[in-house]
Ligand binder design. Sequence first.
Ligand code: BDP
Length: 706
Amino acid sequence: MRGAATILAFVLALLLATGPSRAEDGYDLWLRYRPLEPAYAKEVRQIAPALSVDAPPGPTIDAATAELSRALGIWLGHPLALVPDAREALQLCRRDRPCAAALPTLRGTGPPGSFGIDRVGSRTVISAADDIGLLYGSFALLRHIQQQAPLNALPQADAPRVAIRMLDHWDNLDGSVERGYAGRSIFQWWRLPGYVDPRLTDYARANASVGINAVAVNNVNAPATFLTPRFIAKTRALADTLRPYGIRVFLSARFSAPRDLGGLTTADPLDPEVQRWWQTKADEIYAAIPDFGGFLVKANSEGQPGPQDYGRSHADGANMLARAVGDRGIVIWRAFVYDPDPAVERTMQAYNAFQPLDGQFDSNVVVQVKNGPLDFQPREPVSPLFGAMPKTQLGLELQITKEYLGFSTHLAYLAPLFEEALDTGGLGRDERATLADIVAGGPTSLIAGIANIGSDRNWSGSHFDQANWYAFGRLAWDPTRSSDAIAREWVAQSFAPDPVLIDAVVPMMLTSRQTVVDYMTPLGLAHLMGSDHHYGPAPWVDDLERPDWNPVYYHRADADGIGFDRTAEGSNALGQYPAGLAKAYAEEGDPALPFLLWFHRKRWDDRLATGRTVWDELVVRYDRGVAGVDAMALQWNGLRSRFDARRHGEVAALLAVQQHEARWWRDASIAYFQSLSRRPLPPGHAAPPYPLEWYRTQRFPEAPGI
Ligand code: BDP
């Protein structure tokens, strides 16, 4: 009878979960808490039949309790009971409480947010030194259960390796999102502070579930309006909503604010009045938001004001703001800058501007460097600044939104891109140190990602783009995690813990970024996208204001050959790297040739390690990219029965768009490069269906994200 009742309850739960009221629209992200296999559910009921809390009451404990109740309420088949007696219960145990005395080891001690999960007799104990550790531990337990991972593997401990794990929203005052492909901004500035969209609590839950603990809520290209009292009140409402989830709020600050708002005639960082203005402004913000994270600044870049307007250095500007903030927070100063002299090679400009300033930044300044020296391309070598500023706290900036990788229409799982950067070794004085080593550790260590989150029901514009938000958080917490392991846990939680499904989808995800590289920017090419909106191919563009904004600047193709000579004979950007890494980057013996045309100029007929000529290899790569998308679409369509209809159909529709656009990229690029190379296509490779002129005249003024 009991067995029958259990099965009935399971079937009912399944019906409830999959019925029309719970259609899978992606809103729940990876926090779906769907019914478990009956045998596994039974084990879960044994290890967590009720909840007991030994921690002082507070909003973060409430958040943990609410999350556990939400999930276990489904899995137990009845509401989770809160019990005072911890025997036979799941327990939240703060380590300064009596409950900790019985813990076998002090597992999970470490920086803020560290936690342990132990079985102690018949208790399951999530323990931590702070409330946020208890919340993170709760999410870790739920992640484990959602994957139906063995419960005897539960003793676990985890500690973040990076202190500040941050999302940068490029969200504007008017609700638009720069480089946003998932709808409007989730921050409804006009309705704040009176009305805070309940959706923001779900946003906070999702972030906390992967360890994200900081957000900059406005675009780096921000007007000073965000620093007015009206907007400080709005930001405070956001901070109050996010705080229980351990998330601190930052604001992008416009460097000219003392002039724009304060009526001063200058924003010179060495001017005492300017310094006073920022000090007063910082005090005003901290009075409203005591745990305000600090300022994020884009200065002297793409038209933004900065200290160089007054003949001062980036260090002068950053330190002035850092002193206004004091020990209450930090200043994140972006290294994405341009040299006023466009004759300086583009990829060398940030290094030239910042490396000489090493040692001049105050201790609460973090210099935030994009992963590559150019601009979030599908593939770039690592920025040479990493390792070259040992006396400066450097943070890593990644782009989660796919400005240059097909918006939210193309399937590209970005963890392999992030991982490729993080695993790069030979950057610092210690040859063995990787980028992950350089970035991790210390109280102001920072990894930031440009968010891909918007008002779309599914948050990220497509279901697979949720994986990039997820993977970013998991890697920011521990930059040594593998992209494969992250994909596996994401698929299990977001779709189902079904090994057949996981083994089919994960390889697809893992190759998807290389596929994009192949059909957009093969062999180390970069920046071939349409002007401004960056949608689609435009390798022919040569008329923009600065030479280094033009695609022709980057590929340098002509009748003789293609590629950018960045060796000692050329711009010598290679010289900005330590010798070992420079040698690896210049390597031409490996048939993968990831950076061939980034560092070398080649003649069309030069023979490569693949055995083909440069021209033939280029064509082969474009076609490999197209074939890669076709393979994904085929694989996905064959999996229909394993997925809910709605999400399967939405992904299939986007893959069809990607098939179309990959061909467009391939055809336009080949048509253009062939007009220069004048070589025939290798046998078996089809000619583009339209003449070059057709591709050149396509216009997309309505493309999103500008
Ligand atoms: C570029 C984007 C631009 C950003 C800029 C930045 O196209 O929208 O403002 O980066 O990072 O890639 O500041």
